[in-house]
Design a protein around this ligand. Sequence first.
Ligand code: PLP
Length: 281
Amino acid sequence: DLILHNDKFIREEELVISKEDRGYQFGDGIYEVIRVYEGNLFTAKEHIDRFYDSAEKIKIVIPYTKDVFHKMMYDLVEQNEINNGQVYVQVTRGASIRQHHFPADTPPVLIGYTKTVERPVELMEAGVRATFIEDIRWLRCDIKSLNLLGNILAKQEAHDKGFYEAILHRGEVVTEGSSTNMYGVKDGVIYTHPTDNLILPGITRSVILTLCEKLEIPVQETAFTKTQALEMDEFFLSSTTAEVMPIIEIDGQAIGGGTPGPLTKKIQEAFKANLNLGVKA
Ligand code: PLP
């Protein structure tokens, strides 16, 4: 496999990362995961915009134009002959003597690589189970930061208890999942947390909201509580890799009838149709 190191394609064995890379020592960097369907980068522009936004929010300057970066992502997928998969790309503030404040004149370090991933078709059909876990993360969850301790501790706790995902909440208020956005459906209306500093503005979330507008499904970008979550008619999560995933049970309590709900299924179908699978680009 070829991996991207700054603007060069190299073999993995050739990659050298400094012991003092700030990503490695501080989690001082940001990342993106972009889905590849049938060789095409899905919503590449949106992911690239968020990558540059995240970098800007932590004052890392990516030394390539977005067009050049887009071409790098495209080449990475092509070189590795990825059909269905994903690109992982991250940029750190670079390597310099360990000190908390930013180093002067240190170039950022970019790494990108691909892997093959299939769509989680069976899980999307059956639905998954989730558990409430307190959201202990910082107050800039809008940044796709490499610092994922709050997320991974939540995911691990969910995983240990046999759940697919953690539904994070700050006090009573549901924010998002450990690596997903969360939605409840009540009386035909979809509720999801607004995009502020407490959640990541998911690209899949924005695709879903656009599809809902087309389908004339009302959406309220309004936060809801844990109690309200348990009373929803349907519940689902979204992410680049999980797509639109029904949640059929929260902490052992069935949501709706304990099966994927009709609106969730409708959105899943619209999402799939929007991928134009099997249509030559
Ligand atoms: N929320 C968090 C915390 C995430 O890490 C992710 C992505 O993995 C998402 C939401 C979903 O975002 P996207 O749809 O852009 O993958």
